[in-house]
Design a protein around this ligand. Sequence first.
Ligand SMILES: Cc1cc2nc3c(=O)[nH]c(=O)nc-3n(C[C@H](O)[C@H](O)[C@H](O)COP(=O)(O)OP(=O)(O)OC[C@H]3O[C@@H](n4cnc5c(N)ncnc54)[C@H](O)[C@@H]3O)c2cc1C
Length: 436
Amino acid sequence: MEKIVNDNNCSWINDLPQRNKIQSIDKDINCDYLVVGAGYTGLSAARKLGQLHPDQKIILVDAQMAGEGASGRNSGYLVDTTLNDGFTSNKELENYKKKADIYELGIKVIRKFVKEYQVDCDWSESGKYFASSKKEDIRTLKNFSETLSKLDYEHMILDQKELTKKLGTSFYNTGLYTKGGILLHPGKLARAMIDALPSNVLLFENSFLNKWEKDNNTISCYFKNGYIIKTKKIIFATNAFLKSLGVKSNYNFPITLTASMTRSLTDQEFKSIGEPKQWGVLPVRPMGATIRMTKDRRILIRNTAEVHNPSKMSQTDLEKRSLKQKEGIKKRFPQLADDIIQSSWSGIVSRTRNSSQIFEKIDKNIFVAGCYNGSGIGVGTLFGEQIAIKASGENSNEISTIESKKKPTWLPPEPFLSTGVQLRLIYERIRARSEI
Ligand SMILES: Cc1cc2nc3c(=O)[nH]c(=O)nc-3n(C[C@H](O)[C@H](O)[C@H](O)COP(=O)(O)OP(=O)(O)OC[C@H]3O[C@@H](n4cnc5c(N)ncnc54)[C@H](O)[C@@H]3O)c2cc1C
């Protein structure tokens, strides 16, 4: 695989102060634990390992700057629930409960981290909305509401008038609000996790792992610049890039998402939309727009998901997608100026066929955690900590909960996989064309 190139446009990341003292791998090294990938998963795994093994050598590597992949550039919804169609049988309800239990643990672990390290990440317990411009989607929301009631999740269904008042746009005809969702600044959270790394964790950035091999009790990792790390144990936390390292290749695939953020609305613009409190909307139809009003009056929109080269997106490609986002904002807020988008960026997520996450020991001393679809803030942080515990030979109640969930199912090889995914995305895009 080529080098991974993150664009430099992400508003969340550009909000942060510049970091200095960036270190890359510059010699061969031996260690006890190597964590590959420094997003929420890898940062949490390394933090936990550092706490559990103060006298051992722990290394965390990233191909780019730590926390600047998907973890620093997502939409910032720490989710309590996600929407699926129909939950008719008890079995489905049982599966949904297992999924929601993991979200709950994810929220708990982030809440604890934020409290313990006094993190300022614009934490807002504003809840979240699932909304649609299509009246008929009320059926989906009523189904969902039944599931949430059975599981005791506080929520309510809202009509167009109520949504307009809350969101400042009359675009949505029907919606469901869940109280437990949290909105935050993903870049600030990722940065806090870098700052919280214990002193016995060595962080190497801009250090791309090319390939790895296991030989008896040692795992040798070869980096692009020629250096080698030999480790006793390894945790793969590269999420969308697991496949490119030959890890669980037939169980996950990368999807590229693109988002845009506006500048802060002026007082006059903000007044024109009714001065709403900050909010976050998720689509009822999977390929519809995720859209947020931040606390500093910026609008974030993400309305594309596609099969694209995961190592980079060109500026021209980004600009094309940005036009879709401009269209999405215009549909909802026609009174706002045409040129308010300040930046557009892309990020890569990992998907599995049945939406199950990966949390496994794949061989002696080799561990992997990843594939959270749209819930990696909480679940990635939880899985990172718990995979570190598992790699240390320990157990926990959280591990039992995680492992009681269904495992990801097998995926067909290329080119069938990409073709299948593309067809599915086209179908979903058509279904959600009014919702972008
Ligand atoms: C636009 C967008 C919106 C999203 N919205 C939300 C949301 O609202 N809520 C939510 O919960 N989730 C959301 N997600 C998903 C969420 O961001 C991810 O699930 C989460 O960041 C995954 O964390 P991670 O640490 O596992 O992976 P990542 O953050 O992707 O980290 C993996 C790291 O591995 C590194 N890496 C890869 N290959 C190599 C290699 N060969 N050598 C060394 N390092 C390597 C990468 O550079 C990267 O930094 C969104 C994602 C995107 C892109």
